[in-house]
Ligand binder design. Structure first.
Ligand code: SF4
Ligand code: SF4
Length: 79
């Protein structure tokens, strides 16, 4: 069985790729990101719901919301 975990996860931002367009700021329902020194920055991590909207909108592929996939091999882990 595969399970998705996102414990306290925040988006990863590649500041080399980010052109500071601000599209991800407008897409963020929680107000978790802002432009700081011309680059997208997570300024309120606790407000990020990890909805992935920012990743989907970024044309530069500069912001990513990776998920960790854990595969359980034990039957008892699924209870
Ligand atoms: S949408 Fe992408 S390129 Fe634009 S500010 Fe956000 S991370 Fe940077
Ligand atoms: S994942 Fe969602 S809540 Fe988190 S920074 Fe991106 S748009 Fe905002």
């Amino acid at each position: 069985m595969k399970r998705l975990f996102m414990n306290n996860a925040i988006p990863e931002i590649d500041i080399i790729k980010c052109d500071g367009c601000g599209d991800c700021i407008g897409s963020c329902p929680g107000g978790a990101v802002a432009i700081v020194d011309g680059k997208a920055t997570v300024i309120n991590a606790e407000l990020c719901t990890y909805c992935t909207d920012c990743e989907e909108l970024c044309s530069m592929e500069a912001i990513r919301c990776p998920f960790e996939i854990v595969i359980s091999l034990h039957e008892q882990d699924e209870k």
